[in-house]
Write a protein that binds this ligand. Structure first.
Ligand code: GMT
Length: 384
């Protein structure tokens, strides 16, 4: 098939999932066209069967903000004419699903648009009254809608009022790539061998509750030796650095900033921490599980569909920092428990979220949606 994928190019779960989905589809012989304002950071330099279309952001003195939705629609429309795409897959509803709808209508009703809701497009930004009506409309106008967890599908009904069909297709992991690769030297510069490494990777937005993470670590440090490693960057980072200095923990907390060698990092971590306010899925938790790390976090959103409480990690009510700290402490003190839970997480990643289980679900949805759309618009859609 010829598949268009609209995505955000920067650090963030929806862009990562969209890129890895496109690469996997290309490796299975499909022709994949990525649409974004910049080359997605996880897209390999030269990848067979992939095309990248840069969406221009065209400003003008009159505009406070350049209307990206419109330039994206025009770029998509041009590509429909040139490449005759079979389906267009929009990742993140705002504004991608709206631009996809516009381009499809400009093109006479084809190709069918599949929208994947990722999380904040529904639970946070999308729920804002400034966006909710257009998000609801564009989901209703999509030819198929998917959500990355059952919890997010329910939120799409409750928050946005979208009552149409939503297929749940979980995010996925290549467990052959994401596997623990023991290399003691790499670990040495972060911690000594008797200091377990507690790891967190994110884009440091308020939803990640970084202050909880640091407070919990401070409580753990009162009792045992451990190192907190924080990778990524974003608006909550400078306050986090301040909090660490206030607590006198500069020697025990390492801020690495944005990293590309994620598997190396995941291979040296011992416990993964993800205490988000909301997490529709928690892709980084799945990456950690695949690298045999137990996950400690909050029992919220789709995270309990990924991490099984008491089996592959510990999940607590949002804001219960004492409970977070006591679970981390338990894992720091019990190497065997860490190992058992880490292996349980790896097994779950292989059995439920394996790339080869999930990608065919998207392929099936594309084929069915294309056939349904063709049957419905036979003779009437001018693009046919
Ligand atoms: O929250 C992020 O770090 C980024 C965000 C995004 O929109 O890119 O992630 C959302 O989509 C990911 C991929 O489907 C999910 O794994 C994250 O749980 C989800 N984030 C939230 O729901 C807060």
């Amino acid at each position: 098939m010829k598949i268009g994928i609209i995505l955000y190019p920067t650090y963030g779960g929806s862009g990562v999932v969209a890129t890895e989905l496109g690469v996997a589809l290309a490796m299975r012989g499909h022709e994949v066209h990525f649409f974004s304002t910049a080359r997605p950071f996880r897209l390999p330099a030269f990848q067979e069967n992939t095309y990248f279309h840069e969406v221009p952001v065209v400003g003008y003195d009159l505009f406070d903000n350049a209307p990206y939705t419109l330039t994206l629609s025009s770029t998509l429309f041009d590509a429909f004419k040139m490449y005759k795409l079979d389906v267009l897959h929009s990742h993140y509803a705002i504004p991608h699903a709206t631009a996809a709808y516009l381009a499809r209508e400009m093109n006479g009703g084809l190709p069918p648009v599949i929208t994947t809701c990722h999380g904040t497009d529904i639970t946070l930004v999308g729920a804002h009254p400034a966006y909710a009506p257009v998000v609801k409309f564009t989901l209703e106008q999509s030819n198929a809608v998917t959500a990355v967890s059952h919890d997010l599908a329910a939120e799409t009904r409750a928050n946005i009022g979208y009552l149409g069909k939503t297929d749940v297709i979980y995010n996925f992991i290549d467990t052959e790539l994401y596997k623990r690769d023991a290399c003691v030297q790499r670990r040495d510069w972060l911690a000594t061998s008797d200091e377990p490494i507690i790891l967190h990777i994110s884009n440091f937005r308020p939803v990640k509750r970084i202050p909880d993470l640091i407070t919990a670590f401070a409580k753990v440090r009162e009792n045992v030796k451990a190192i907190l490693v924080l990778a990524g960057d974003g608006p909550a980072r400078s306050n986090a650095e301040f909090q660490v200095r206030e607590l006198g923990l500069q020697g025990e907390v390492r801020f690495l900033g944005k990293q590309t060698g994620l598997i190396d990092l995941l291979s040296v971590g011992d416990i993964y921490l993800l205490p988000s306010n909301k997490e529709s899925f928690g892709l980084s938790a799945l990456e950690a599980m695949s690298c045999e790390m137990p996950v400690v976090g909050y029992d919220v959103g789709g995270l309990p569909e990924v991490v099984i409480n008491n089996e592959s990690g510990f999940l607590h009510p949002v804001g219960d920092v004492d409970a977070l700290a006591s679970s981390i402490l338990r894992l720091v003190n019990d190497t065997e428990l860490r190992k058992v839970m880490g292996q349980a997480g790896r097994k779950r990643a292989e059995e439920v979220f394996h790339i080869n289980t999930i990608i065919p679900q998207y392929e099936k949805l594309y084929t069915e949606t294309l056939h349904e759309t063709q049957a419905r618009c036979a003779g009437r859609c001018c693009a046919l």
